[in-house]
Design a protein around this ligand. Structure first.
Ligand SMILES: [Zn+2]
Length: 248
């Protein structure tokens, strides 16, 4: 008989199937993304009901089966109930989990990805600036997946300070205002926004969210990092289309 597996994990997706079952996509620290069937979990009386819902961070006891795991037991650790308190917050959570579900590995360790998502959801629940949470999660999730932009200095002349820069969402590099002008590009990053992006990429998990920008600068940076996501992954997320209607 195969060994049971005990793991923590967050439910990124739940698909209702049959009369009362759920197929879950779970992000786990040691095995990345896994699929698991939770039998009877849609029944309110089921002991799996509370711990296998969307965005539940739970301790799971799993049986390995043919193509997926079977959830034997699940105990909720954090249910992020306050995500439901605003459409904007909930929409951002759905987008970030779809993004993470696309970028996180399968069958490999995913501790930084899990920590980033848990931190992001906790900050949404605490009512922090949603644009800021989005920017940090997008940039760090892309970097963890190998799409780290090079923000050290202008690719052309090596200058690393200035009032304005151009961030190239296709190449992931930086040009100073003078070098950008020679190529016919308008600057799209202020010095403060560039400092924020550097802070996000080069600081620890705990400190990544600790920077400030004006609301308008944060909103514009959020549009730029999303453009980077879409361009790098060559993929439009359905959840992003909806998010942009409530968090333009
Ligand atoms: Zn330059």
């Amino acid at each position: 008989m195969k060994q049971q597996v005990k793991t923590k994990g967050i439910v990124l997706r739940e698909v209702k199937t049959g009369e009362s079952d759920r197929i879950l996509t779970i992000l786990t620290p040691d095995s990345g993304m896994i699929s698991a069937a939770a039998k009877g979990a849609q029944r309110l009386k089921s002991k799996l009901f509370a711990a296998t819902g969307l965005f539940c961070y739970s301790e799971f006891l799993l049986f390995p089966s043919k193509n997926l795991y079977i959830v034997d037991e699940a105990t909720p650790i954090e249910v992020f109930f306050d995500l439901r308190s605003s459409v904007e917050g909930m929409s951002l959570a759905v987008y970030l989990s779809e993004l993470m579900g696309t970028l996180a590995p399968e069958g490999e360790e995913a501790v930084p990805q899990l920590r980033l998502l848990l931190n992001s959801l906790a900050l949404i629940c605490r009512g922090r600036n949603l644009y800021q949470i989005k920017v940090v999660c997008e940039l760090r999730a892309l970097s963890q997946a190998g799409y780290m932009p090079d923000l050290v200095a202008c690719e052309s002349c090596g200058s690393y300070e200035g009032d304005a820069f151009y961030f190239d969402v296709a190449g992931g590099g930086l040009l100073c205002a003078e070098c950008a002008a020679r190529g016919g590009w308008q600057p799209n990053l202020s010095a403060a926004q560039l400092a924020a992006m550097r802070h996000i990429l080069y600081s620890s998990d705990e400190k990544a969210f600790g920077f400030t920008l004006s609301d308008e600068a944060m909103r514009r940076l959020s549009a730029l990092t999303t453009a980077y996501v879409v361009r790098q992954l060559d993929h439009r997320f359905r959840s992003l289309d909806f998010l942009q209607t409530v968090l333009p």
